[in-house]
Design a protein around this ligand. Structure first.
Ligand code: FRU
Length: 486
C-alpha cells in the first residue's frame, strides 16, 4: 500500500488498498503481538466481497500488513464479522500438540442465510484452516451474525446479533463446535433498524463503590437509525453470570458523540478496543477513493467502568499508551490562561495536543469563558474547529465542527457534534491525523471521533483559552506524531 496520500492517517490503521469496515478477531498472541483483522474488500473501494484482512503491531499504532487471513469460499458468499479466541487448553481438539492454538469464529454470509463457522490456526493467527464440520451454528436465519466469544469459567460464551429482531443471543459451548442457546437480551437501548456486532466483556471498574474491581459491559452497534443518523455503538454496564446478562439500569448510552465510530471490538481477554472510524451513511462515498482506499480504524483504547453515583455507570475509553509514537514536541506551556498558542506543524505531520486545566473552587464562569482549538490549512482557507463551552445554556460542552472543509460535500456528512458533561473538563486530548480527528475529554470519559476531508493538509493549530476566571491554570503540550508507515 501507498500510505503517502494527503488524506491517509499516519497513526490510525487503514488498509493497504480497497475498502475496510468492522474490526474483527482482535487478539494478542503469546508473543505479545497484537492482531487486527478487518472486514475487507480487496478488489474495490466500496463494501462487498467481504474477506478478513489482517495486520499486526507491537504497540497498536505501528502496523504491518499481513496476507489476507480468511477468504470467502465462492463469489456469492462473504466472510462477515466475528472474533478470535486463544485455546491453550485445547478445548477444541484442534491443538493436541500446542498451547498457542487460535480459533476464529465468524459469520459466513450467503444469499440464503447467515451461519457461524470456525477456522483454526497453528501459527498464531497468520494462516487458518476452516473446520471440516462447518457451520457450527445455523438457525436458518438470514439476519444472524457477528459472533463475539469470551471465556467464562470452563465454558465459551458467544454473543451474537439476531440483527433485525433487536435480540442479542447468548450461547455457550465446551469446545467452540457445539453451541447451546442460553438466553437472550432483547429490545434494549436505541433500537435503530438493526443490532450488529455485540460484545460482552469483563473489564476493570475504577472508583468502585461496591468494592468489586471488575464489571461486565455489553456493547451493541446499531445501523441504520442512530440518533445522529446511520451507525453508532451503544453500551450497557451490567451483571453476567455465565448464561444471563442483566443491565444495571435502563439508560441509553452512546460510546461516542461523533458519527464515525462503529462496530467496535474488544481484544480477546483484554480491556483494549478499536472501532471502525466511519459511518454506513457515507462510507462508500468519502473522497479517499482517489488514493485507492476507504476507511480507517479509531485509536486503540484502554477501557474501564466507573460507577459515578449520580450519573450512574459510565464506560471510560482512554487513549492507549501513545508514548511510543510521540515525535517532536511542538509546543509546551504552563501558562495558557486567556491566551492562544500558534503551532505550525508543516504539511506531513499528524499532531497530538494535551491540555490540562484547573479552576478555582466554587467559581462562576463569565459568559465568554471557553477553550478553543482550530486546525488550518496553508492556503485553501479550510479549518477544523473545536472547543469547550464553560458557561451559558449548555455549559461543560465539548464541540467540534468539520463544516469549514471542502473535500467532501454530502448532506448526511453532519458538520457539528457536541456532548455535555456534569462538570467542567480538566483534560482535553486531541489528535488530527490527516482525514481523522479524535478528541478525548477527561481521560476518555467523553470521546468524539470525526472524519474530516480538507482539500489540502492542515498545517497549523491555534489553541487557547479565553475569559477563564482568575486562579485557573492551563498547561498545554503539543507533539508531532511519528509517521508509522514511513
Ligand atoms: C457491521 C456489519 C456486520 C457484518 C459486516 C459485513 O458493520 O454490517 O453486521 O458482519 O458489517 O461487512
Amino acid at each position: 500500500g501507498d500510505y503517502n496520500g494527503p488524506l491517509r492517517p499516519r497513526v490510525h490503521y487503514s488498509p493497504p488498498k480497497g475498502f475496510m469496515n468492522d474490526p474483527n478477531g482482535l487478539f494478542k498472541d503469546v508473543n505479545g503481538t497484537w492482531h487486527l483483522y478487518y472486514q475487507y474488500n480487496p478488489t474495490d473501494v466500496v463494501a462487498g466481497n467481504q474477506h478478513w484482512g489482517h495486520a499486526t503491531s507491537p504497540d497498536l499504532y505501528t502496523w504491518t500488513n499481513q496476507p489476507i487471513a480468511l477468504f470467502p469460499p465462492n463469489s456469492t458468499s462473504g466472510v462477515f464479522s466475528g472474533s478470535i479466541v486463544v485455546d491453550p487448553e485445547n478445548t477444541s481438539g484442534f491443538f493436541p500438540n500446542s498451547t498457542n492454538g487460535v480459533v476464529a469464529i465468524y459469520t459466513l454470509n450467503t444469499p440464503e442465510k447467515q451461519v457461524q463457522e470456525i477456522a483454526y490456526s497453528f501459527d498464531d493467527g497468520y494462516t487458518f484452516t476452516p473446520y471440516s464440520g462447518n457451520p457450527v451454528l445455523d438457525v436458518g436465519s438470514n439476519q444472524f451474525r457477528d459472533p463475539k466469544v469470551v471465556r467464562y469459567g470452563d465454558s465459551w460464551v458467544m454473543v451474537i446479533a439476531f440483527a433485525s429482531e433487536y435480540v442479542i443471543g447468548i450461547y455457550t459451548s465446551p469446545d467452540l463446535k457445539e453451541w447451546t442457546h442460553a438466553s437472550n437480551v432483547s429490545h434494549i437501548g436505541f433500537l435503530g433498524v438493526q443490532y450488529e456486532c455485540p460484545n460482552l466483556v469483563e473489564i476493570p471498574i475504577r472508583n468502585s463503590s461496591t468494592g468489586t474491581d471488575k464489571g461486565w459491559v455489553l456493547t451493541i452497534s446499531i445501523n441504520p437509525g442512530a440518533p445522529l443518523g446511520g451507525s453508532i455503538t451503544q453500551y450497557f454496564p451490567g451483571e453476567f453470570n455465565g448464561t444471563h446478562f442483566v443491565p444495571h439500569d435502563g439508560a441509553t448510552r452512546l460510546s461516542n458523540f461523533g458519527k464515525d465510530d462503529y462496530a467496535g471490538q474488544f481484544f480477546y481477554n483484554e480491556s483494549v478496543s478499536i472501532g471502525w472510524a466511519s459511518n454506513w451513511e457515507y462510507r462508500n462515498l468519502v473522497p479517499t477513493a482517489t488514493e485507492g482506499w476507504r476507511s480507517s480504524m479509531t485509536l486503540p483504547r484502554e477501557n474501564y467502568l466507573i460507577d459515578s453515583g449520580v450519573r450512574g455507570w459510565e464506560l471510560v475509553q482512554e487513549i492507549y499508551d501513545i508514548q511510543p509514537i510521540l515525535s517532536d514536541q511542538l509546543a509546551s506551556s504552563d501558562n495558557l490562561v486567556n491566551t492562544t498558542s500558534q503551532v505550525d506543524f508543516g504539511n506531513s505531520t499528524s499532531v497530538y495536543f494535551d491540555m490540562n486545566i484547573t479552576y478555582p473552587a466554587d467559581v462562576t464562569f463569565s459568559t465568554y469563558a471557553s477553550i478553543n482549538f482550530t486546525f488550518s490549512t496553508q492556503s485553501s482557507n479550510e479549518q477544523f474547529k473545536g472547543g469547550y463551552i464553560l458557561t451559558g445554556s449548555t455549559p461543560n460542552t465539548i464541540w467540534v465542527d468539520r463544516g469549514n472543509t471542502n473535500g467532501f460535500d454530502y448532506p448526511l456528512f453532519t458538520n457539528k457534534f457536541s456532548a455535555s458533561q456534569v462538570k467542567p473538563a480538566e483534560r482535553i486530548q486531541g489528535i488530527i491525523d490527516h482525514s481523522l480527528f479524535e478528541v478525548y475529554v477527561d481521560n476518555g470519559s467523553v470521546v468524539g471521533t470525526v472524519d474530516v476531508y480538507p482539500t489540502e493538509p492542515f498545517t497549523s493549530l491555534s489553541i487557547g483559552t479565553g475569559d477563564l476566571p482568575e486562579g485557573s491554570t492551563v498547561s498545554l503540550q503539543v507533539w508531532g506524531l511519528k509517521d508509522t508507515w514511513a
